[in-house]
Ligand binder design. Sequence first.
Ligand code: EPZ
Length: 418
Amino acid sequence: MDEILVKGGRPLHGEVSVSGAKNAALPMIAATILTGGRFVLRNVPDLKDIETICQLLAGLGASAKFEDNTAVIDTTGLFQHEAPYDLVRKMRASVLVLGPLLARMGRARVSLPGGCAIGARPINMHLEGLEKLGASIKLEHGYVEAKAKKLQGGEIFFDIPTVTGTENIMMAATLAKGTTVIRNAAKEPEIIALAEMLNRMGADIRDAGSTVITIHGVEGLSPVEAHIIGDRIEAGTFMVAAALTKGKIRLTGADPAHIKPVIHKLRECGAFVDADDEGITVQGADVIQSVDVKTLPYPGFPTDMQAQFMVLMSVANGLSVISESIFENRFIHVSELLRMGADITISGNHAMVKGVSRLSGAPVMATDLRASASLVLAGLVAENTTRISRIYHLDRGYEAIEKKFAAMGAIIKRVSAG
Ligand code: EPZ
């Protein structure tokens, strides 16, 4: 298995181009199931998760070719309605094929995703929402068996603004008979991007990005070409890295409007951040001020940036309280940061982070996608060398991250550990 070696102490400098957003590409690839035809999706990030969902589509009878960050998907030959466990367990976002399969085929058999490192991550809201659209849902042998001759429009209220739950229901509702209203919908930019693609396919979705989304069902949809928006979490990760290493970088390819909470917090802790239409410039300050952070649904501070920001606070000049309100177990990175000399105490869903003068390099292990990114960041400022194992977690969500950091002056490389 590959590992990443990072030698700390080098400020980052230069320009970096952010890849397309994994969490926009995945639902948009799932949306191709809704109709037969040839889709061309551009600026798709080259990630394990993209490979997995393309394998899943191939298993359904579609053809999915990926080259040079372009996915060409032909769903004409779609005949299967089952998403098998061995693919779904690799990537829980596979649940996004449930709504489209049900709408297109009238039935779907999708393995339950199971939990993951950061939490139980149930899909009850997805299933309750589909039942509100007239689907019959059975759970047996670890699979969701969903059936619906023709989905009917309905009113859905989410207890929690679930991102993929909103996406699943929005996709299913495009072909339902009548109107669907989703209340307490998630408002992420990736949802707006999905709705924009669906509307260009012929759907009739109103107010995606707000708390109440209305979908008027249509008879049929057509294939389109689409461009994936920049990855706001990859952008946020590089922005934090610039502040952490007291360097100066310029990011292109991500919309600053999608990452406002991180920009706000970086300015609050003393970094200089300038954003214009072409990109975002971040310059670190000599002294990093400790600030408090609470993760919230969009447009709040993203949970997917919590681990990365915690590294910045671990070398700040005071005490920071970081509260994780989205997932019940998203402090797994803390134990590895403690091994690198951080001073962090967990109490429930709060982490008290007392800044230390320097982290020290150590062999550490990645446990989930964003935790592994935080270990790379910690390595960038730790004394000596940090060796990160199990970086397959990183490869799920970051395209060539070590090459991008090396191009900004970091001493970082990928090694094969046999
Ligand atoms: C999406 O996951 C993202 N994944 C996650 O990014 C992100 O962390 C998360 O949204 C929150 O922003 C994709 O978009 C592919 P949720 P999702 O449904 O949709 C609970 C990454 O690193 N819940 O918004 O699975 C759930 O347990 C990944 O790229 C239910 O209880 O998250 C959580 O506590 C990690 N029942 C909360 O809601 C449900 O039916 C929010 O989860 C659904 C969710």
